[in-house]
Structures are given as C-alpha cells and as structure tokens.
Design a protein around this ligand. Structure first.
Ligand SMILES: Nc1ncnc2c1ncn2[C@@H]1O[C@H](COP(=O)(O)OP(=O)(O)O)[C@@H](O)[C@H]1O
Ligand SMILES: [Mg+2]
Length: 471
C-alpha cells in the first residue's frame, strides 16, 4: 500500500478541527513535500520525522513522499503533526500495519531520537475528539496525558516514543500495546494566598468583599508599598469555588497557550500583565488568533498594576470584552471567538497627573457613582443584578452583614471572623489573632474623589491607606 490516511486535529481559536493526514509514496526521485496551508513549524517536521524514523530502526523510504493536510484552507501550525506524518510514512511503506490506524487520532511533536514532546492545546483536542470523534482513541505524548484526561470519558493513550506507538499497531501481545490512561485522582486544591496576611486595611478588604460578591471591577489607589498588589493577589481566594464547567473552560484557554498545569485545575487564574503589554497581548490576536490575557484570565482575575502606565489605546480595547464576556478576533483569513469573563482589578498611585486616567479607567471599568454607592451601603448587598445574585448570596451566607444606613466601622475582630469563614484563611487568621493587630489608625485627610468607599492618606507601609472604588 502506498497511501495511508490518519486523523489529527488543528487548533482554530477554541476549536480543534479534524485534519486528515494523507501520506502518499510514489516512484521517482526522492523528495518530501508537505501541502495543505502548513506553517513553518509543520514544514520543518520533515527533518524531525526523517531522523525519528531512522533512529527508531526503520527505513526512511527513498521515494517521492507527498503529505497532504486536509482541509487545505485550514491553517496548520506547530509540531503536532509530526507523529501522524511519521506513522503515515511507516504505514504507507508497509513497515507497520495500517488496519487499526483509523480508530485513533494522533498528535505529538517528535524529537530527533523519536521521543514524543508535549504540545499545546491537548485539552481542546480531547474535548473536540470526545464531542465529534465518537469512540476514537487519542494517542498523545505522555506529558499531555493528565491534561487531556480531565475530559470525562476521553480515551487517552499516552506514548513516550514513536517506537511505542509502532509496537501498539504491530502488537501480537497485549504487553506491547499502549495502555489507556487513567485520570489521576483529583488532588486537593491548592490554597490561594491568604487574606489574613494583610494587616489593617479593613475598609479596602470590605470593598474587595463587596466586589467579589457583586462581580464588580475594582480600582485600588494608594501610595507605593501600601499593599495594593498584596491585596489583589489574594482576591481570587474570596471568589467561590469553580464549578467543573468553569474549570474546564478556563483550563482549555490556558492549554491553548501552553500555560496549563494539572495542579492549576480549579484554581481561579490570576493574570498580571506588565504595563508595557500591547493591545494584542491583552485581548489576543495574531494571524492564527491566540488568546490574550483577558481570555487567560477567564473566570479569574485580571490585575492591571500601575494602570496609568498602560497606553490609553490598550485600555480602550478592554471596554467591549468587559461588557460582553467574550472577544471575537477577526483577521483577513480567520476569525476566532475566545471567552473573556474576568474580574478586573486595577491599581495605581494617587498622582495628580493621573487623575484624567482615573476618569478613563472609570469609564473602562464601569466605575459608576451609583455602583460605588451600592458598594458603600451594605443594605444594597442584596440588590445585585440577577446574574450576580448567586455570588451575593454566597458571600452573604458566609459573612452576614446587618443592614445599616451607613457601613459600621469594622473592628479587627469582626474582620478576622469574616475572613475565617473563607476556609483557607482560617489557619492564618487564628495565628494572627494572637498578635497585636496593625490597626488602621490613619485618617488624616480625605482624597477628593466621589466614588470612593474610604480614602485615606498617610505614609506608606502596612497602615498606608488605599482608595478603593467598586463598580
Ligand atoms: N497591610 C499589609 N499587611 C501586611 N504586609 C503589608 C501590608 N501592606 C504592605 N505590606 C508589605 O509590603 C510589601 C509591598 O506591598 P505591595 O503590595 O507590593 O505594595 P504596592 O503594590 O501597594 O506598592 C508587601 O509584600 C508586604 O510585605
Ligand atoms: Mg504594586
């Protein structure tokens, strides 16, 4: 047989579309051609595949080899097609039996020695394979197996080398066949950084609780060293646990960019891009669209530290996804839709020169006066919009706050008690309760800003005040 057809998948936005890898061997001068809108990495696979086949002890056919990656108008990138191309050549040249190849989908980058290297986007592949591939098994590099196995019922067969995959198809005994991967037992979730580490700053903590309850954006304004970053990093710990669906969506986006690790499963993402980030880095893009920071922060937190340092054009691109919760990247050849339901936390120092930027940030982050008032009044806790009601209820059930016309001053004791309700804060809160509290004593002068919950100015340090605005 001089023709072999194998199945693989190419990434197109959040989707992993099916790709047929067709390998044909013809007589003529030895040549190796790959067609089908293959990117540079795919074209470079010629050399990797040749070396892997030879180092695996097989013969690289001295014939005219044509590899077609269909459909021809779908761009293909990365080294994920190395494994199916190598197997196709071996099957077409009769070195391995081809009869069971159609029962599997393949992906994996080959090293010159024939070892399989991990690829990105295996979670999206496993989801698509489960949805459209029916009972197809998925043969993947070992390093990607745990990630792909997060998809319930996916038939994952991990392999360490090309030789192991060849043995699987040539197998006469079950000893040499690949074993279906069993998903590892879900480990206990890693605790988030603990809010109880933050001494004082009770009004800000309260503002963040309100923001977590109502899914509001937050702008933290305070002098350097006041603890803005420290508070923002601890914010994901206030949010409710992720559901399975949310965790899978967030993991699938992270997997597309190669950022997913299994120990991050069900951890709300916290993304903090540097202020030199471009618009494309933030919202995603590229000729083959890739997710940006807002999508990588899906169901988590996007933290923009030093907000005024970001270019205004860059901040402007956030406005639309903040409203809609997703972003459509359109390029001449391709469109891709990425989810982007994130919670925005921004931080800045209270420089006068930055005031126009506060106004702009207020527009970007929807920091409206009425929302700020709702944050100030505990009685308005319950008047969250329908979609936000769930979180409001969750926070209220954990930290019941008596209705009052004005927020009562929160004593360190009360605040600690509220924080202990957050499971991972308990141990530290107990520890800190034995220490002298860094009570917030600074109340010198109020910064002129209508939408602030509390505004203090004082020297920097743990007692330094931070202005918090919620929207
Ligand atoms: N309220 C606080 N409680 C405990 N440590 C604090 C507090 N505020 C600041 N710190 C300490 O100061 C360091 C600097 O804080 P950071 O969050 O980076 O400040 P900012 O982002 O406002 O410039 C923190 O890593 C922490 O060690
Ligand atoms: Mg900081």
């Amino acid at each position: 047989m001089s023709l072999a057809v194998l199945k693989s998948r190419a990434l197109a936005g959040m989707e992993a579309q099916e790709v047929s890898v067709e390998v044909h061997l013809a007589n003529g001068l030895p040549a190796f051609t790959i067609v089908g809108l293959a990117d540079t990495e795919v074209k470079e696979s010629k050399d990797r595949v040749r070396a892997a086949i030879q180092n695996g002890g097989f013969t690289f056919p001295a014939q005219r080899i044509t590899v077609n990656l269909a459909p021809a108008d779908l761009p293909k990138e990365s080294g994920r097609f190395d494994l199916p191309i190598a197997l196709g050549i071996l099957a077409a040249s009769g070195q391995i039996p081809a009869r069971h190849l159609a029962e599997y989908e393949f992906a994996g980058e080959l090293s010159l020695s024939g070892a399989l290297r991990p690829i990105r986007g295996t979670l999206a592949m496993a989801i698509a394979s489960r949805r459209y591939g029916g009972q197809c098994g998925l043969i993947l590099p070992v390093d990607n197996a745990d990630e792909a196995a997060l998809v319930a019922d996916a038939a994952i067969y991990p392999a360490a080398t090309l030789l192991q995959v060849c043995r699987h198809f040539a197998a006469h005994s079950s000893d040499t066949m690949l074993v279906r991967h069993v998903a590892p037992a879900r480990r206990q979730l890693r605790p988030y950084p603990d809010f109880a580490d933050v001494k004082g700053q009770f009004s800000v903590k309260r503002g963040l609780e309100v923001a977590a309850a109502g899914n509001h954006s937050v702008l933290l304004v305070g002098p350097p060293g006041a603890g803005k970053t420290m508070l923002a990093v601890r914010f994901p710990g206030l949010l409710p646990d992720m559901s399975d669906d949310e965790a899978l969506q967030a993991a699938a986006v992270l997997s597309l960019s190669g950022n997913f690790r299994c120990d991050l499963w069900k951890q709300r993402p916290f993304r903090a891009p540097h202020h030199t980030a471009s618009g494309v880095a933030l919202v995603g893009g590229g000729s083959l669209p890739r997710p940006g920071e807002i999508s990588l922060a899906h169901h988590g937190v996007l933290f923009l530290d030093e907000l005024p340092e970001f270019e205004q054009r860059v901040l402007d691109v956030l406005r639309e996804p903040l409203e809609s919760g997703h972003i459509t990247i359109s390029r001449a050849a391709r469109q891709a839709d990425f989810p982007a339901r994130f919670q925005l936390i921004a931080a800045m120092i209270p420089a006068l020169a930055a005031m126009p930027v506060i106004a702009m940030a207020a527009a970007t982050a929807r920091l409206t006066r009425s929302a700020a008032i709702s944050a100030v009044s505990p009685a308005r806790y319950s008047i969250a919009s329908t979609s936000r009601w769930k979180w409001g209820r969750w926070i209220r059930s954990h930290w019941p706050i008596p209705p009052a016309a004005k927020p009562a001053p929160v004593s360190p004791h009360v605040c600690r008690r509220r924080l202990t309700a957050n499971g991972n804060a308990r141990a530290n809160a107990i520890r800190h309760s034995r220490r002298a509290s860094w009570n917030s004593s600074a109340a010198s002068s109020r910064v002129a800003k209508p939408s602030c919950i509390r505004a203090w100015t004082s020297s920097s340090g743990p007692d330094a005040p931070i202005t918090t605005s919620c929207a």
